[in-house]
Write a protein that binds this ligand. Structure first.
Ligand code: SAH
Ligand code: SF4
Ligand code: F3S
Length: 440
């Protein structure tokens, strides 16, 4: 039997997309996907450094792999992604069972490392930042998980340096792919039958600014709206500082662009936003949000929040609770602040007690859950076009699809229904996280 690979992905959608390219490289070497980690000849962890708990999960997994390697010394073990970039060779000195460490800019090297370099040397470490490689991203074949939904990275890196965040250190400076390159990839996807694409970048609203020729995210959206065959274009993540009113117009004028926006606000207090180096005020954020909803009244808006950032007082925390009530997000991802070594916030005074962080997190979730439930209940009795995604994890007879606003509707499967079908669904019951209904 041929050789088999097993990859585990941690972190954001960018990493999921990178994993598809990693798997594509292994497929080119003749590997197939192993049904379980124990059966694999090569195991790769595509890692995330965003918070301490993301890293802890990876260390736990490496422990498991160590026991596997004791039984099977031929097993190849690779660490890729953001922890590879962050820790470099230190990972191997701490855990010699790791054969190779490749940073996010080295997916291109994987085939050579596996077939040649590891024959000559015991360990390989590659973590040089090489932003130019973003330009030949399309050369990396992706083994995509779905035949209907595709990730399309439009840029790498981030220049924002929010004081809590490790991304600019592990993904480097912002580098965009050209509009032509992206449109070519999306046309190819349409020709293969893909219906929905999700554009990926740490800060899509600053897309193209590195070309310094007037290209921006609005240019890209307007170009992609014209690609025949693609039904929906989603994107993430937006930045309230770089999202212009013109980009909102470009979105509103583009029927294929989904009515969904993930717009992380992070905090409800201006002093906190200043210390986070976010570059906007709550007043600006609310004005932008009002314009987004004015142009697209049916849009779903979600956000990210950090609680327990250094110096956060009770009053500041109350400001975030007030913001939640005022902004009426469809949902919010709430995170406990996690100090990241090397970032400015990790050295700030007034770090917040763990118990306080947890209590504040719970308060944020309680307020938001109530709002999410009310928003989803308001959809009851209405019909929404969805793209069918398949069976739910729990039950093969219950399928689901998503609305343009990215709301998940679960419904009883019908005879002959296929993934990718465009259908209408009636919402019968709105819950906090999902909607239940039926096809009509
Ligand atoms: N580029 C995106 C965010 C990527 S990270 C943006 O700027 O919106 C996803 C989310 O993780 C962030 O929005 C933030 O809420 C959270 N996050 C990032 N660093 C964190 C840290 N050190 N501790 C806790 N949460 C963090
Ligand atoms: Fe991190 Fe800020 Fe860049 Fe987002 S914009 S990736 S939070 S530095
Ligand atoms: Fe994590 Fe890297 Fe994404 S740190 S969130 S995998 S860019």
């Amino acid at each position: 039997m041929g050789k088999q690979y097993y990859t585990v992905t941690y972190g954001c959608q960018m990493n999921e997309s990178d994993t598809e390219r990693i798997n594509g490289q292994l497929a080119e070497l003749g590997y197939t996907e192993a049904p379980s980690m124990e059966e694999a000849d090569i195991v790769i962890l595509n890692t995330c450094s965003i918070r301490q708990n993301a890293e802890e999960k990876v260390y736990g997994k490496i422990g498991e792999i160590k026991r596997m390697k004791e039984k099977n010394p031929d097993l190849l073990v690779g660490i890729m992604g953001c922890m590879a970039q962050e820790n470099k060779g230190k990972l191997i000195s701490r855990m010699p069972i790791i054969d190779f460490v490749l940073g996010p800019y080295h997916i291109h090297d994987l085939k050579d490392v596996v077939t040649e370099e590891l024959q000559e040397r015991q360990h390989v470490v590659r973590t040089q930042m090489n932003p130019e490689r973003v330009k030949d991203y399309s050369e990396l074949r992706a083994a995509r998980k779905s035949h209907i939904f595709a990730w399309v990275p439009i840029m790498q890196g981030c220049n924002k340096f929010c004081t809590y965040c490790i991304v600019p250190y592990v993904r480097g400076r912002q580098t965009s792919r050209t509009v032509e390159d992206i449109v070519r990839e999306v046309r190819g996807l349409a020709a293969e039958g893909y219906k929905e694409i999700t554009l990926l970048g740490q800060n899509v609203n600053s897309y193209g600014l590195d070309f310094r020729d007037g290209t921006d995210f609005g240019t890209l959206i307007r170009a992609l709206d014209k690609v025949d065959g693609i039904e929906r274009v989603r994107y993430m993540t937006s930045h309230p500082r770089d999202m212009t009113f013109d980009m909102v117009d470009a979105m509103a004028d583009s029927p294929k662009v989904a009515r969904q926006m993930h717009l992380p606000v992070q905090h409800g207090d201006n002093e906190m936003l200043r210390r986070m180096n976010r570059g906007y005020t709550i007043e600006h954020f609310m004005e932008l949000l009002a314009y987004v909803r004015k142009r697209m009244p049916d849009i779903t808006v979600t956000t990210d929040l950090i609680t327990g950032f250094p110096g956060e007082t009770e009053d500041m925390h109350q400001a975030t609770l007030r913001l939640l009530r005022e902004a009426q997000f469809d949902s919010a991802y709430t995170f406990i602040y996690s100090p990241r070594q090397g970032t400015p916030a990790a050295r700030m005074e007034d770090q917040i007690d763990d118990a306080v962080k947890h209590r504040r997190l719970q308060e944020l979730m309680d307020v938001q859950n109530e709002i999410s439930l009310a928003k989803n209940r308001a959809m009851e009795g209405k019909v929404y076009p969805i793209i069918v995604e398949g069976a739910t994890k729990q039950d093969d007879n219950n399928w689901y699809g998503r609305t343009s606003g990215n709301k998940m509707i679960i419904f009883p499967k019908e005879e002959g229904l296929a993934v990718g079908d465009l259908r209408n669904a009636l919402v019968e019951q709105g819950q906090t996280w999902v909607l239940k209904g039926k096809l009509v």
